[in-house]
Design a protein around this ligand. Structure first.
Ligand SMILES: [Zn+2]
Ligand SMILES: [Zn+2]
Ligand SMILES: [Zn+2]
Length: 145
């Protein structure tokens, strides 16, 4: 993989979301793009052990606000996942299923599951949907006998 091309692509991702591509933001984005599952602030801190915690936290908050990542709660821990391209400042389209694997303890976004059939009784209005499920993910199922 060509590092220069990657950088350019990542700069473009940030610019598309109206974020100034600083070095720390680019590194954080690169890390998030490499992940197969949700990561917590602690995971990211561990990866960037020389980086300032507040800077990392602010970077994540900016990314979340601008529609680069969305967060989920997993056993009282906030974890982050990359958003769809259609997410933007204040507009998230992440009403998809989050699947927690009890074996590898990773959470992944499942965009394939149709949740559009969900409806509520009269009088209830939704601010945000949270869909989650737990079980065994495809990667773990593949390695089990
Ligand atoms: Zn989003
Ligand atoms: Zn798994
Ligand atoms: Zn998600």
């Amino acid at each position: 993989m060509n590092a220069g091309q990657n950088d350019e692509r990542n700069v473009q991702i940030l610019l598309n979301k109206e974020i100034q591509p600083t070095a720390m933001r680019l590194l954080t984005l690169e890390y998030l793009l490499e992940q197969q599952a949700a990561v917590s602030l602690a995971d990211i801190e561990l990866h960037f052990h020389k980086a300032d915690r507040i800077t990392l936290y602010r970077t994540l908050k900016t990314f979340e606000q601008k529609g680069v990542i969305h967060s989920i709660q997993e056993q009282q821990v906030t974890k982050y996942l990359l958003c769809d391209e259609s997410c933007a400042t204040g507009i998230h389209h992440d009403d998809h299923l989050h699947f927690f694997c009890t074996k590898c303890r990773n959470t992944t976004c499942l965009h394939q599951v149709d949740l559009s059939v969900m409806s509520l009784p009269p009088g209830f209005s939704v601010v945000q949907w949270h869909f989650s499920a737990s079980g065994i993910c495809d990667r773990c199922a593949g390695t089990m006998q």
